[in-house]
Design a binder for this molecule. Structure first.
Ligand code: E4P
Length: 226
């Protein structure tokens, strides 16, 4: 499963990419606006941090297929190979996905709430679809069930489109999405770090250190003793 960070915050992306096996970032207009930075400067910095191997998903704002295609082409020139043009699944969005995918530009269909939206986006040539788990749970839907149905559908029809489950607000949603075989999750930084936390891990580490220090001394590590 791929791990993406659902943020446009340069500091957090830099810090977390330095520690964890992160496969890229997803942004949307809300996340980008939060940073209050010059757009070009923000994405130049992100491009540099993410390097040649990590994905960057950037959302378009156009209200026609022509405008979205224009945005996609300009983003593609600017960000290159690892760009996924994120496009909401409106009728003109679907048209733009078809045009961009025919031009060899990668796309992520976003704001997906039903398996049929995902299927149409996949047929249009989207590389990823992004179902919004928490926003479905918020309206007494079942976000993870939708993720699961999309994956089943893609398998039945042998589609190569991948699922990046999005809009997470708690660890249970992420855990369940991974249990149903999502190809990727995109997670806000504060939630991502919680995935690793456990009080029993902390106390196990403390006990190992205490037992070790009693015999080998404080601050000594294995390489000091060989
Ligand atoms: C990511 O691709 C989505 O834009 C994002 O996860 C939506 O998250 P939200 O529901 O917390 O805004």
């Amino acid at each position: 499963m791929l791990y993406l960070l659902d943020t446009a915050n340069v500091k957090e992306i830099k810090r977390l990419c330095n520690i964890y096996p992160i496969d890229g970032v997803t942004t949307n207009p809300t996340l980008v606006s939060k940073e209050k930075m010059d757009f070009r400067q923000l994405f130049t910095q992100l491009k540099e941090i993410l390097g040649p191997d990590k994905m960057i998903h950037v959302q378009t704002l156009g209200k026609s297929a022509e405008d979205i295609v224009k945005e996609g082409e300009i983003l593609n020139k600017f960000l290159g190979e690892n760009l996924y043009v994120k496009i909401p699944v409106s009728p003109y969005g679907i048209k733009a996905i078809q045009i961009l995918s025919q031009k060899g530009i990668k796309t992520t269909a976003t704001a997906v709430f039903t398996p049929q939206q995902a299927l149409i986006a996949a047929r249009a040539g989207a590389d990823f679809v992004a179902p919004y788990v928490n926003r479905l749970d918020n309206i007494i839907g079942d976000g993870v069930e939708v993720v699961s149905e999309i994956i089943k559908e893609f398998n039945i029809y042998n589609l190569k489109t991948k699922v990046v489950a999005a809009s997470f607000k708690n660890l249970e949603q992420i855990h369940k999405a991974s249990q149903v075989g999502t190809h990727a999750v995109t997670v806000p930084p504060e939630l991502f770090e919680k995935l690793l936390e456990h009080p029993l891990t902390d106390s196990a580490i403390r006990k190992f250190e205490k037992d070790w220090e009693e015999v080998y001394g404080k601050g000594k590590i294995v390489s000091d003793l060989i």
